[in-house]
Design a protein around this ligand. Structure first.
Ligand code: FE
Ligand code: FE
Length: 381
């Protein structure tokens, strides 16, 4: 077997990595490529996400790609492992294989100075990915003169980079160049966001409420992925949807009033009011400016006529998150939500109305309006 080893931090892995691995498979030519993420190196300062998550994302990247798999040979090492060492481990593990190390042209300059370079050169050959602006043929020739066996892969550099993806994610935008499954993994867990934000959300609520919040985030991103909605926005709105839920009622009321709420039905119900109050808080204390995200927070309790797909996504995720205690119709609602969001919102509201009326209480007129709008728009549960 001709086996390629593609190492890196993969923070996060993206389509550029995938293309490089595929090119190596085809042009190497190789029988397989092992993706080898490095471990959590202390004080490296550059790796943002723990090895466990990077391994999981790589598995998603490799899923359904013939010849690609993930090796955790370095993932558990809390240090920078010299490549010669990794190669020795793999050589012992695959004694019959011919080994190829896939590297970027930028690494080629220092290759002869790597630790135990001579030993490394005897363990594997090198497949080089060109990098813009670097004289790859010249660098390859230099490395050959120092004893390395080097082949340059025919590939243009992809305009995707982990750094650019990280910057987009920090702005809560869905970056180009990430496979859907990886993007969903990131959004569902809030990776590449400031950890303080989650801590601040937790400080506003009980632990139980926070667990619910994280469940809503998981479910909202799943729905966003299925319905092709912005996953980062779904993640953001879900994290903040109940941020005002545990506040004292007077504080909730003051927030909602400052946001322009005057409706007496709304102002008398904390169950409904924590939505609009939360939107005010999300803007004031978390810097949310996106109107769709703010509306998703504001209307997650009752919906509204004209609600957007993102609003529906948060509304339904709130009712169907994985931690929800079983209630009649939950499973049906969850399954419906994967196919038809408006129908799921309608079903959820209709169930609530029936439940409330059975208890002899009046149903919220705002939710009633949402039902009327959904029915007029042709949704059917
Ligand atoms: Fe809520
Ligand atoms: Fe909630």
């Amino acid at each position: 077997m001709r086996t390629g080893i593609f190492g890196g931090s993969f923070d996060p892995p993206h389509e550029g990595h995938l293309r490089a691995a595929r090119t190596a498979l085809q042009s190497g030519p190789l029988d397989r490529v092992l993706l080898v993420p490095c471990g959590d190196i202390p004080n490296a300062g550059k790796i943002h996400v723990p090895a466990g998550d990077r391994v999981a994302m790589l598995r998603l990247l490799a899923e359904g790609q013939p010849g690609l798999s993930v090796s955790e040979v370095e993932a558990g090492e809390a240090r920078r492992v010299p490549t010669a060492e990794t190669m020795k481990v793999l050589r012992a593990r695959y004694p019959m294989d011919e080994l190829f190390f896939i590297i970027g042209a930028d690494k080629l300059t220092t290759l002869p100075d790597w630790k135990n370079a001579r030993e490394l050169f005897s363990l594997c050959s090198f497949l080089v990915l060109p990098r813009d602006g670097l004289p790859v043929l010249e660098l390859a020739e230099n490395a050959r003169r120092r004893g390395a066996s080097v082949t340059v892969l025919p590939m243009e550099e992809t305009p995707v980079s982990s750094g650019a993806i990280q910057r987009e994610l920090a702005l809560r935008r869905d970056p180009a160049g990430l496979p859907d499954a990886v993007a969903a993994y990131i959004a569902g867990r809030g990776l590449y966001q400031e950890r303080e934000t989650e801590e601040k959300v937790l400080s506003l609520m009980t632990e139980k409420r926070f667990r619910h919040t994280l469940g809503v985030r998981t479910q909202a991103v799943l729905l966003a992925q299925k319905h092709h909605l912005p996953m980062q926005k779904a993640s953001w709105a879900a994290l903040l949807h109940d941020c005002a839920k545990c506040l004292p009622f007077e504080e909730m009321t003051a927030l909602a009033r400052s946001g322009g709420v005057t409706d007496p039905d709304l102002l008398s119900s904390p169950e409904m009011l924590h939505g609009p109050a939360g939107a005010v808080l999300a803007r004031r204390d978390f810097g949310v400016e996106d109107p769709d995200v703010l509306n998703a927070i504001a209307y997650h309790t009752m919906g509204r006529a004209g609600m957007s797909p993102l609003e529906m996504c948060i509304f339904v995720a709130d009712a169907t998150e994985p931690g929800r205690r079983e209630y009649p119709g939950l499973q049906e609602l969850r399954e419906l939500s994967y196919r038809d969001l408006p129908a799921a919102v309608l079903l959820s509201l209709a169930c609530t109305r029936r439940y409330v009326e059975e208890q002899g209480k009046p149903f919220n007129p705002l939710s009633e309006k949402t039902i009327a709008w959904l029915e007029a728009a042709g949704a059917s549960s």
